[in-house]
Design a binder for this molecule. Structure first.
Ligand SMILES: Cc1cc2nc3c(=O)[nH]c(=O)nc-3n(C[C@H](O)[C@H](O)[C@H](O)COP(=O)(O)O)c2cc1C
Length: 195
């Protein structure tokens, strides 16, 4: 098995992060992976807003949590037993799980492929992160983190164009050392149709 396939199989969503910040050289490689992702029409429209400010990340994560409508896990339906998600654990208050680096990915409003462009860049970055020993978590519906006056103030402070919106966040950080790497759920192979 080559290294790329090994990384694809190894990557898991990480939701428990060490407080230690990731090194700048490592972050740069992950960002490069994002910049090298495919984009619809080759437009390269995604903006990567990297925030390593603990206070801002915590406040935005809490705003996002307050604006989420999580479906709580049941015995048979859950996101992750080993590292509960916001949707599984009513006690989690910060949708960003105290990750030391939060990258909000912005794309043009009214652009048909805004979400796809961010998603393919995110996957490139998550795989790059895993290969470098960094844990990552994809956070959908990024705009809900900015859905109050503080969030709007941050958008102005970051000088985000008003014709762009926050599609998603990508959380990055070292996995908590005491946590084992989460196990993947069994794959549903019957999703593959062959003709
Ligand atoms: C579109 C999308 C949105 C997601 N949003 C969240 C989220 O808001 N919070 C979260 O903790 N995980 C989120 N995830 C991560 C998934 O829960 C995770 O990928 C899934 O449980 C499978 O686990 P794995 O990544 O370890 O294979 C999201 C993943 C995708 C693809």
């Amino acid at each position: 098995m080559n290294e790329t396939i090994k990384t694809i199989l190894h990557r898991r969503t990480i939701r428990r992060f060490d407080t230690k910040q990731i090194e700048e050289a490592v972050l740069q490689q992950i960002l490069q992976a994002g910049l090298c992702a495919p984009s619809a029409g080759g437009r390269q429209g995604v903006i990567f807003a990297v925030c390593q400010n603990k206070e801002i990340n915590e406040r935005l994560g809490k705003i996002k949590r307050a604006n989420s409508n999580p479906r709580m896990a049941t015995a048979t339906s859950y996101v992750s037993k080993e590292q509960p998600s916001i949707a599984d654990d009513v006690n989690l208050k910060n949708a960003f799980y105290n990750a030391p680096t939060v990258i909000t990915m912005f794309a043009p409003k009214n652009f048909l492929f805004a979400v796809e462009d961010c998603a393919v860049a995110a996957e490139n970055m998550m795989l790059a992160a895993d290969s470098l020993g960094i844990g990552s978590c994809y956070i959908g519906q990024g705009w809900t983190a900015f859905a109050d006056t503080y969030g709007q103030e941050i958008l102005r402070k970051w000088e985000i164009r008003t014709d762009y919106y926050a599609v998603m966040q990508l959380l990055l950080g070292y996995p908590k050392p005491e946590d084992n790497h989460p196990t993947a759920k069994p794959r549903k192979h019957d999703r593959i149709l062959r003709f």
